[in-house]
Design a protein around this ligand. Structure first.
Ligand code: B12
Length: 487
């Protein structure tokens, strides 16, 4: 097979100017497909334009800036490597314009190169991505097998039209093979190509998908998919409908690589649901302790609470877990079961939180408000539920319909979008929808009232908190400003 030069690229990103609502993280998806390309003996490089250009801001308009390498810098990097194939990670629908920009920019200077898009956005909107000038192929969902077959076809000048989950162009027509096949045995996959990532760029950032506690941290993915089918989530589009796990041995091997080769001290499990198979999860945490891996770790995406019990919490704590997030989403069992469709019984949550307090394991709670069908009194129940559990600062998102989710289809069908849908609006405080129960104003009002209620409940539970915040405010007025902005 002819050896090709392959550049895998994580694009720059648009962010709010007010505060950076994006942060760099070692690009795991590109790491996996880079390893596949290396197995085929291609010459591979990974370029993370966001991390490499983290200090570079370009003003786009009054509210938006672009962070990352400039177009000129990207062109220079491409020129110096002269790749035959360029793979682009198109992860966020909100960033779709950056992807379009890159396709055109790269193709203009390198008309012979082949441009392949993959990632969560390319998965849910393959037609839109492929219709952008410059993009030659789209790989839908889990990328390893389709990418491998595509590289083999390109290198051997063979037909690729049979490849599972592949989108391509013939003249002006777009063809898409639906994604139907998934990796059967995750242990058979190579580890991500960490050696191709400039890891020092990420180390020491205070925020990387949540607060980091140690300088040298890494994301790690031990399973794919989630057995739940929450209506706002699109995880199943990328990973299919079956929850698949890596074996404990296989994960421990990767952990040892991270520890011994890269001196990693902290791990963030980026699984959609690391505990969904409790037997495997418990054994993993047992082995992390037994083998003295000594990682600090957390689960920024939260875990399926239904799969957690007190024994699991003990094992987590013992193996280095620093914080567990409970994605409760709603304090109304009706909303949870009938609207969000999460298989969680709320009666479990309070008991687990009490146990966290007992063993001194920090915890957080995720809530989502503004699901169609939810009433203002349902939303209020969520605030009350959080307070009852002793969680006074839950992370509250406003329901946002992402393409590919059941929620998105429902909002389209029932006309819940309050203005024409635009990819740019896809972030958690964009108030994209309204129903007959509420509109943006009512949601904003109830959010402020809810936060105030939780603040007061906190002071009732811990009167010293009031004096602490007062002291902090006097010592650092900046804090009081950010507190008010938070409101
Ligand atoms: C880590 C993460 C983040 C990090 C990203 C850090 C970074 N700079 O990359 C942070 C915290 C910043 C983040 C932010 C947000 N995120 Co996020 N995030 C994730 C998460 C949990 C993990 C990504 C990951 O590493 N996966 C593991 C790797 C192995 O999978 P992968 O990247 O998908 O790669 C595979 C395939 O996609 C494919 N592939 C990927 N790239 C390529 C390229 C080529 C060429 C090929 C062939 C194949 C290929 O092959 C890979 C191997 O199979 C995913 C959920 C998930 N489980 O994937 C959500 C996810 C990507 N995020 C999502 C969302 C919605 C957001 C936010 C909008 C939420 C918000 N707070 O508003 C913001 C957007 C930020 C912004 N301003 O644009 C959605 C995206 C949906 C969408 N269509 O936009 C996801 C899919 C979650 C979900 N279930 O809905 N996120």
């Amino acid at each position: 097979m002819t050896q090709k030069k392959i550049l895998l690229l994580a694009p720059p990103a648009y962010s709010l100017k007010l505060y950076r609502d994006i942060n760099p993280l070692p690009p795991m998806g590109l790491g996996y497909i880079a390893s596949i390309a290396e197995q085929l003996n291609h010459k591979v490089r990974i370029l993370d334009c966001l991390a490499e250009g983290w200090e570079t801001e370009e003003e786009i308009d009054e509210t938006i800036m672009r962070i990352g390498l400039s177009n000129h810098q990207i062109k220079q990097k491409i020129k110096s490597f002269q790749p035959d194939i360029i793979g682009i990670n198109c992860q966020f629908s909100r960033q779709h314009k950056v992807y379009q920009e890159l396709f055109s920019l790269i193709k203009k200077d390198n008309p012979e190169s082949i441009i392949i898009a993959g990632g969560a956005h390319a998965t849910v909107c393959p037609q839109e991505v492929l219709s952008s000038p410059g993009c030659d192929f789209v790989v839908i969902g889990e990328g390893e097998n389709s990418f491998k077959e595509l590289l083999q076809s390109i290198a051997n000048n063979r037909d690729y039209s049979h490849i599972d989950g592949l989108g391509w162009k013939t003249g002006t027509k777009i063809k898409i093979n639906a994604k139907a096949q998934w990796v059967g045995e995750l242990d058979a996959l190579p580890f991500p190509a960490y050696h191709l990532m400039n890891l020092e760029l990420y180390f020491g950032l205070p925020h990387a998908h949540g607060i980091r506690h140690k300088k040298r941290f890494m994301p790690l993915v031990t399973s794919r998919g989630c057995p739940a089918k929450c209506t706002f989530c699109t995880a199943n589009k990328v990973w299919g409908n079956r929850y698949r796990i890596r074996s404990v041995d296989n994960v421990i091997q990767e952990m040892k690589l991270l520890k011994n080769t890269y001196n990693i001290e902290e791990i963030m499990f980026e699984d959609d649901n690391v505990t969904a198979n409790p037997t495997r999860a418990k054994e993993l945490f047992r082995q992390m302790t037994k083998q003295k891996l000594n990682f600090t770790w957390d689960t920024p995406n939260g875990v399926g609470i239904w799969s957690v019990d007190e024994e699991m919490l003990d094992l987590m704590k013992k193996s280095g877990c620093i914080k567990i997030n409970f994605p409760v989403e709603s304090g109304s069992q009706k909303v949870l079961s009938e609207i969000i469709k999460k298989p969680l019984n709320l009666t479990k949550v309070k008991k687990l939180i009490s146990h966290c307090k007992k063993i001194n394991l920090d915890f957080g709670m995720f809530l989502v408000v503004g699901m169609p069908g939810e009433t203002l009194s349902d939303i209020w129940q969520s605030f009350k539920f959080a307070a009852k559990c002793g969680v006074f600062d839950p992370h509250i998102s406003v329901a946002t319909p992402y393409p590919g989710s059941e929620l998105f289809e429902n909002c389209k069908k029932e006309n819940y979008f309050r203005k024409p849908f635009s990819f740019e609006d896809l972030f958690i405080r964009s108030y994209l929808i309204e129903t007959k129960e509420w509109d943006e104003k009512k949601l904003r009002t109830i959010l402020i009232k809810g936060k105030l209620y939780l603040y007061i409940r906190r002071i009732i539970a811990h009167p010293s908190y009031f004096f602490k915040t007062l002291k902090k405010a006097v010592l650092s007025p900046k804090r009081i400003i950010s507190f008010l902005v938070g409101f």
